[in-house]
Write a protein that binds this ligand. Structure first.
Ligand code: ZN
Length: 294
């Protein structure tokens, strides 16, 4: 599932490709994804110009010059693909950016659910195999009150997220620390991958209870979250520049992972002789080292 760094990467890629463009046609080919897609999107945004694109937590926001903003959640498998017809390609091979493809759309695919045509001939397509993604439209001047966004916790890379702030929110809770940082109301944008990675980085067990965390633990965890997210965003940014072939997958920065998806491998921490374990915790796979994460 795309998390903050992947959505940030898609947001940056799209910003380069579609800001300033005018929508000539909006089409949706289903009534719903995870939830109903509002039926009035077409009438509200056709003819509008894309003013800005940004991210809030794991949500992508496309803001138009008509006081409307499209809110998109990529769910498990959602992708936003740009088909750029404005210049022809020299070869048939696809140039793939992080979740953003560039070639000519000849025919809609089975999992292409929404298509936006711009007046320069380029197209933006929302493709989602598993249909856990979601799309909604909000008035821009009321966006802060939108039900998906209004309760979101602070952005982890902003000054609104710090060790004292996190401590204040959860230090009394009898809840696993990992479950707490996955809670989007506590901090926005963290999913399973980067929760596992940050806890490893901070040497904290995912099974530690919030009310057993000391001040040092909070400091280490907040630092770790900022470090792993920044690294992943930077990796996404560099692959955007390099047109790295990601095999069509939205970019996860697997080579950076220290524990995620590494069960039974040796812990990567210097001098630690632990082996990465995988356990089910609150319905998700948790990867951790039982030797150095306490
Ligand atoms: Zn270890």
């Amino acid at each position: 599932m795309p998390e903050l760094p992947e959505v940030e990467t898609v947001s940056r890629g799209l910003r380069i490709k579609i800001v300033g463009k005018k929508i000539s046609l909006y089409q949706q080919f289903r009534k719903d994804l995870r939830w109903l897609i509002p039926p009035n999107i077409k009438e509200k945004i056709e003819g509008a110009i894309v003013l800005s694109i940004y991210r809030k937590g794991k949500f992508l926001l496309i803001n138009f010059n008509v006081n409307y903003t499209l809110i998109i959640h990529l769910g498990m498998s959602g992708r936003l693909l740009v088909y750029d017809n404005s210049h022809s390609k020299k070869s048939s091979s696809q140039e793939i950016e992080m979740g953003v493809f560039h070639h000519t759309l000849l025919k809609l695919g089975k999992h292409d659910h929404v298509k936006i045509d711009f007046d320069d001939g380029s197209q933006l397509v929302f493709n989602d195999v598993r249909r856990f993604g979601a799309i909604d439209l909000s008035r821009t001047d009321r966006i802060e009150n939108h039900k998906w966004l209004s309760k979101l916790g602070p952005e982890p890379l902003s000054n609104h997220f710090s060790s004292p702030i996190l401590k204040d929110k959860i230090e009394q809770k009898k809840r696993f620390i990992k479950t707490a940082i996955l809670d989007q109301n506590i901090v926005a944008g963290i999913g399973n991958i980067y929760a596992c990675e940050a806890l490893w980085e901070a040497k904290i067990s995912p099974y530690k209870m919030c009310n057993n965390m000391n001040e040092q633990n909070f400091d280490d965890l907040v630092d770790a979250l900022k470090i792993v997210l920044t690294k992943a965003i930077n990796a996404g940014g560099s692959s955007l520049k390099d047109f790295k072939d990601t095999g069509g997958e939205l970019g996860y920065f697997q080579n950076l992972f220290n524990v995620y998806s590494r069960e039974n491998s040796y812990c990567k921490r210097k001098y630690c002789e632990g082996v990465v374990m995988r356990k089910k915790q609150s319905g998700r796979s948790t990867f951790f080292c039982s030797i150095c994460q306490l």
